[in-house]
Design a protein around this ligand. Structure first.
Ligand code: NAI
Ligand code: MG
Length: 339
């Protein structure tokens, strides 16, 4: 049986890294029936619509997507397609693990964190107003009880599944008394349901400082949308940069897997992007589907290839192209699957 999945190569480095990742995923022997669809700036230029109906229909049918990054115009133009996809399919949990791989030259050894980011509301709800006459701009930071309960509960449950022991809720409830205050209060209400997970909280600015000084003191983190967006890039920086961290957008019966990073226009088309981030999202997708052995083969293969620094891509000081790295990894995946 093959899993039906929507495949969105995306913009910038997207097609390069997704192509390498698909070869790695297929090397596990798990079969996918990919439905290739467009979204993002490329789709906008081709069809006038950055999120064509055919793409939405495809995800509606497959309930599973593997995607590259999509370019969003800054300041003007269409709203982020990533945010629209997350809201449309109600993918409320954005899971972003951060694990040190060998030879990544991050500032720390042995970082192993998981961030759970609320993915549908907060400052990304898209409720913005501009008062032209008085030149006043407003964004509504919408936090709901339902939205907070489900992400915090998901974080506790997933932390347990991963054998983790601590969950830190990150907020700004000292200043944002209503929004941050409710999010924190709900965390404290839910925590007693999970006695095996130690629960505490930190204020966002302090947390940013703590993570760059001693990330080893933290384990799992749950937070609202924008804080999670920023902290997850910071956490990527702890383990070698945006080239290595994957992410999953999870809803009740639909999931979209993608890298943490964007379309990297500065290096697009050069064949030098690191496909590890999107490959790690592929590993999360295999796990989500219950293909644990295949996911484990990808994880082990990554550790094998990372053992030789010359096999890595330019961002990590190596000389391999995106395709060479992907092929070396696919070979190691096949070796682990055959073993
Ligand atoms: P970015 O993540 O694309 O790039 C930031 C820096 O990291 C750049 O120097 C880039 O070269 C480097 N980088 C990123 N991925 C890399 C990889 N796989 N290998 C090696 N180096 C890598 O962030 P930026 O420049 O702020 O955003 C570019 C565009 O991407 C924007 O239009 C933004 O809206 C979009 N974006 C899309 C996301 C998505 O589709 N999920 C997420 C984040 C940004
Ligand atoms: Mg981001």
């Amino acid at each position: 049986m093959a899993y039906s999945a929507t495949l969105i190569p995306g913009d910038g480095i997207g097609p390069e890294v997704v192509d390498a990742a698909v070869r790695v995923i297929e090397a596990t022997g798990v079969a996918f029936d990919w439905d290739r669809q467009e979204a993002g700036m490329g789709a906008f230029e081709d069809t006038g619509d950055p999120l064509p109906q055919a793409t939405l229909d495809s995800i509606e049918r497959t309930r599973l997507a593997f995607k590259g990054p999509l370019t969003t115009p800054v300041g003007t133009g269409f709203r982020s397609i990533n945010v629209r996809i997350r809201q449309h399919f109600d993918l409320y949990a954005n899971v972003r693990p951060c694990e040190t791989l060998p030879n990544t030259h991050g500032p720390f050894e042995g970082v192993d964190l998981v961030l759970y980011r609320e993915n549908t509301e907060g400052l990304y709800a898209g409720i913005e107003y501009f008062d032209e006459r008085n030149q006043i701009a407003d964004s509504i930071n919408r936090i709901t009880r339902t939205g907070s309960e489900r992400i915090i509960r998901y974080a506790f449950e997933d932390a347990l599944r991963r054998g983790r022991t601590r969950l830190t809720l990150v907020h700004k409830a000292n200043i944002l008394k209503e929004t941050g205050g409710m999010f924190l209060a709900i965390g404290r209400e839910i925590a007693p349901d999970f006695p095996d997970i130690e629960f505490d909280d930190r204020i966002i600015d302090n947390m940013a400082m703590q993570l760059v000084i001693h990330p080893g003191e933290y384990d799992s983190i749950v937070t609202t949308n924008m804080f999670g967006d920023i902290l997850s890039d910071l956490m990527s920086g702890l383990v070698g940069g945006l080239g290595v961290t994957g992410s999953a957008n999870i809803g009740a019966d639909c999931a979209v897997f993608e890298a943490v990073h964007g379309s990297a226009p500065d290096i697009a088309g050069q064949g030098v992007a690191n496909p590890t981030a999107v490959i790690r999202s592929g590993e999360m997708m295999l796990k989500y589907l219950g293909e644990d052995a295949a996911a484990e083969a990808v994880r082990r293969a990554l550790h094998d290839v990372y053992a030789d620094p010359s096999k890595l891509t330019r961002d990590l000081g190596g000389t391999a192209t995106t395709a060479e790295f992907g092929d070396a990894l696919a070979d190691r995946v096949r070796a682990h699957v055959a073993a």
